[in-house]
Design a binder for this molecule. Sequence first.
Ligand SMILES: [Fe+2]
Length: 199
Amino acid sequence: MRLEHVSRPARPFSPEFPASDSCAQRSAALEQLCVEIDAAFAAAEADRRASFGERVRLALQRAIADPGVLRPDQRVSNPQKYCRHLLAADPLNRYAIAALVWEPGQASPVHGHRTWCGYAVIEGTLDETLYRWDAAEHRAVQTRRHPRATGAVSYVDAGRGAIHQLGNPADATARAVSLHIYGVAGEQIATHVNDLLAA
Ligand SMILES: [Fe+2]
């Protein structure tokens, strides 16, 4: 079934999470990404979600191969904090897509995820620190750290099995840009994705 992705959530969801000015002006690559995520949902219903994550990864990979996936205004940073631009929201509230723009030294908090999510690095190299959840001490314990260069793609299911922190290293010479998909409605993207954890 072809779903229509019209200009629904053009309003900001929070001061630090501006919606892109019009979801109707998405790039062809972003529109195709929505089509492929819709197809991933349809396929997952057929095969009990076995291939959903892989389909999301492949769709992200194809989307970021197009240099026009983001408009210039969707790559704008915020000097105060890493900047999030809402790009698309599924009319059925199954997922939302955002671009994150990171200046050197900007990083997310340590977090698990309350929903499935996928991301791909479009520009620059992000630094990702991974953690395991220590239930006894009730905190996240660092396990390893690795660079995520342009082209890197990731998918994780909800839960504390995939705790991480993402950021652009302080000694980076340029901003980094990444494309994220979360399994929430657009209106919940700022509030229902990250499970903030003590580390
Ligand atoms: Fe995350």
